[in-house]
Design a protein around this ligand. Structure first.
Ligand code: SF4
Length: 376
């Protein structure tokens, strides 16, 4: 009878099995057609919080607008944020912008072919540096994300929390050791094979497809019938819920937008004005009048109609917004005044009156506010 494999053996023997499987089963993805460092970088950042199917269209459009690092570096932040609209987690595009500027200033516009230099760029962590180094530069580097942790936890029968830094280090070292016996250029294919196995075979939700898995002969969880118990995760802390009231203020065909502060959640993004807590319709109207009086001057507007919009729960990674909304139609007592007006709220941010077409074309409105916008 064969002695049970050691953990290191499971890592090492996974590599040839992955390579063979990948030759016949690799997913066809647009960023794999021409895996330049720029293409791999942009696609991997997009994929961090967004499903592959959703990323496809965004990726193609982004590359049309910004075909290379120079185009990103020289673009305005507003234009980049607008192109990122719908992908969420906007710090990602701000980091891409900052990194593109560093790449142009320090590396002549080409991403550096070095794991540590990549790792030092804004927004590029261990996983993304490993993905770019291996997939675009043919360097031997692991790329370990949550999918990889899950696959190897099952493969090795790991029974502790896979989200611990200790386990990530263990998997990274295990894969690096396994890759050492192979040509450097194989690392990219191995990393992509694990990504594909994690997405299509050893799936996160529901029963994994062990019957078609190329790793089943090595897999401890499969052998011990523990595929649904592993990976083990300690319960996550629940997210705090904040109540908000969104005020979609419309004057003729223009809407009032506010730019959020430069720091914090959705930093620098445009939003519909909003208040903490759930306001009644009367409270919403009073809040709108107070806002308009403060920002534009007293008694310039009056409310003509208030309509309740449907409620919306928006989930961020660390907080949830329980959003109530009102559309409040107002009119100017002195026509023409407000359409010219852009006001500061004292933090180098401001208010603008814009049409629906202008919002569509130019203003990056976070997903949290899209539900209320779509009810127009
Ligand atoms: S055999 Fe099953 S549990 Fe093990 S790696 Fe493959 S799909 Fe995952």
């Amino acid at each position: 009878m064969r002695k049970a494999r050691t953990e290191a053996e499971r890592y090492r023997e996974s590599v040839p099995a992955l390579l063979q499987w990948y030759s016949y089963n690799a997913r066809v993805l647009p960023w794999r057609e021409e895996p330049t460092p720029y293409h791999v970088w942009i696609s991997e950042i997009m994929l961090q919080q967004t499903r592959v199917e959703a990323v496809r269209a965004y990726y193609e459009r982004f590359l049309q607008l910004f075909p290379d690092v120079q185009a990103v570096a020289s673009a305005s932040e507003d234009r980049l944020v607008k192109a990122w609209e719908g992908l969420g987690y906007y710090s990602r595009i701000r980091n891409i912008h900052a990194a593109a500027q560093v790449i142009c200033e320090q590396y002549g516009g080409e991403l550096p072919a070095d794991y540590e230099l990549l790792r030092n760029l804004p927004g590029i962590g261990d996983y993304t540096a490993g993905a770019i180094a291996s997939m675009a530069f043919g360097l031997s580097a692991p790329a370990v994300d949550g999918n990889v942790l899950r696959v190897y936890a099952r493969l090795t029968g790991y029974r502790e929390d896979i989200r611990s830094p200790k386990y990530k280090k263990q998997v990274t070292e295990g894969i690096a050791d396994a890759l050492a016996a192979w040509e450097q250029s194989e690392a990219g294919r191995v990393n992509q094979a694990i990504m594909d196995i994690g997405a299509t075979v050893c799936i996160p939700n529901g029963k994994p497809h062990c019957d078609v898995c190329p790793l089943s002969h090595l897999c401890a969880a499969y052998a011990e019938d523990l595929t649904e118990e592993i990976p083990m995760k300690t319960a996550k802390k629940s997210r705090p819920v904040q109540k908000k009231t969104v005020l979609v203020i419309r004057c003729g065909n223009r809407y009032l937008l506010h730019r959020r502060p430069r720091k914090g959640l959705l930093a620098g993004m445009w939003e519909f004005p909003n208040e903490e807590g759930h306001l009644t319709a009367r409270g919403g109207r009073a809040s709108v009048m107070q806002l308009l009086d403060t920002v534009f001057g007293k008694h310039l507007f009056s409310v003509i109609r208030t309509q309740r919009l449907s409620d919306h729960l928006h989930v961020f990674s660390h907080v949830e917004w329980d959003m109530r909304g009102y559309r409040i139609d107002i009119r100017e007592k002195e026509p023409g005044y407000r359409t010219m007006y852009t006001a500061s709220d004292g933090e180098n941010v401001g208010f603008v009156w814009v049409t629906a077409e202008e919002i569509e074309r130019e203003y990056g409105l976070p997903q949290a506010f899209q539900t209320h916008r779509l009810q127009e």
